[in-house]
Design a binder for this molecule. Structure first.
Ligand SMILES: [Zn+2]
Length: 394
């Protein structure tokens, strides 16, 4: 699709000790070394009796349950399907949530594929999949809830607050509390796109271990916004990461394929499945990143593609003022890789256009201050239209 993606298997850093020679780029069918199963899964809470949303789900069964938030008038209630696959074997409960932002479609398809590939006879542990958490936003093709609030700022919620915070509370207590670990699937915000990447608070040992099990996937350190599902889950002792891929409003086959493969690699690494997925290079790549902003308004045309490696001083794109005809070039301030970028569009001065990542190690990144790491993830969301009438949770 895009020229940078072809190079996504080149090794930039080695973090789990196995040295891989970047010069001999392995074919995509090269065998993956046996995963350090215990390292990732031994600290995850094993499943107990699975009873949620008013139903028992015995081992060896697959059930479709329904969660309703109650935050709607009778007759306007939108039932949200919750799939529970309880394996015959012991293991943790992995939760997959998608479309917390209703217009982010790639994760819906990733969830469907992963659930469809699982066999409860063979599964160790359980998987809870919620393909469309914000179903009202999904129906309207919108990121937000009908009251224009961002659901992903209200977790873990409160049963006596605003509609959004009540809904968050209901979902958190009725579904998320049952998870031993959680992957929340997202895409870039409006008119931006992200290379498939894991966002995680690398200061938390269980979370950091999880990030090593998604195959050759980019990992960024971010503490997570207060009120986000990921942050609320980790605060409640449930290791959680966000998986970002592609752009909203579209279903993108390459992004979905990477996402499904990464989640299935994690399932295998946790000892939950026997289905090994093959990566040319199984190592994750840890990046520190900064947004490059435009200093002039106009129409942005990019010269680089998502995933491309750039060198310091390389032309990233050009902003042309449609009235004065003036052109302003944007250059890479540092060498690195384009991990996220704006699609071609009209931009205002200060608009964050390119996220350039430089390879680093998890330990270096986890030393980044909480403020810096939060600021970084906040900038990623800023392209979202600010139509939401945001008020503090509660
Ligand atoms: Zn999102």
């Amino acid at each position: 699709m895009k020229r940078g993606l072809r190079h996504s298997f080149v090794v930039l850093s080695c973090v789990v000790g196995t040295l891989v020679n970047a010069a001999e780029e392995p074919p995509t069918t090269a065998p993956t070394p046996a995963p350090a199963t215990t390292a990732v899964s031994e600290t995850l809470k094993p499943k107990g009796r699975l009873r949620l949303l008013g139903s028992d789900v015995p081992p060896g069964t697959r059930k479709k349950l329904i969660w309703t938030s109650g935050a709607a008038m009778e007759g306007f209630v939108s039932p949200v399907p919750v799939f529970v696959l309880n394996g015959k074997g012991q293991g943790p409960v992995l939760c997959l949530t998608a479309a917390v932002h209703g217009d982010e479609l790639n994760g819906i398809e990733v969830t469907r594929r992963v659930l469809d590939d699982l066999d409860v006879e063979e599964l160790n542990g359980a998987v809870i999949g919620v393909p469309i958490v914000n179903i009202q936003g999904f129906y309207r093709g919108a990121r937000y809830l009908p009251d224009r609030r961002d659901l992903n700022r209200y977790f873990p919620g409160n049963p006596r607050g605003s509609a959004a915070t009540r809904m968050a509370h209901s979902f958190f207590t009725e579904v998320v509390k049952h998870c031993s670990a959680l992957i929340d699937l997202h895409t870039g915000s409006l008119n931006r796109t992200n290379l498939p990447q894991v966002r995680a608070d690398l200061r938390l040992p269980q979370v950091s271990r999880m990030t090593k099990a998604f195959g050759a996937t980019v990992v960024l350190h971010s503490v997570g916004e207060r009120g986000s599902l990921r942050r609320a889950a980790t605060d409640a002792g449930i290791p959680a990461v966000t998986f970002e891929m592609g752009e909203p409003m579209r279903v993108q086959s390459e992004q979905v394929e990477h996402g499904a493969k990464a989640v299935e690699t994690l399932l295998y690494s946790l000892g939950m499945t026997k289905q090994r997925r093959y990566w040319g290079d199984p190592e994750p790549v840890y990046y520190a990143s900064k947004w490059v902003r435009v200093d002039h308004g106009g129409i942005l045309f990019s010269d680089v593609a998502l995933g491309e490696r750039v060198t310091e001083g390389e032309l990233l794109g050009v902003v042309t003022d449609p009235i004065s005809n003036q052109q302003h070039r944007i250059y890479a301030p540092t060498s690195g890789r384009v991990l996220g970028m704006a699609l071609n569009q009209v931009v205002l001065p200060g608009f964050a256009a390119y996220r350039i990542g430089t390879a680093t190690t998890p330990s270096k990144m986890s030393k980044q201050s909480a403020e810096e790491a939060t600021e970084d993830s906040r900038e990623d969301d800023e392209a979202a239209p600010t139509e939401e009438l945001d008020s503090p949770p509660g």
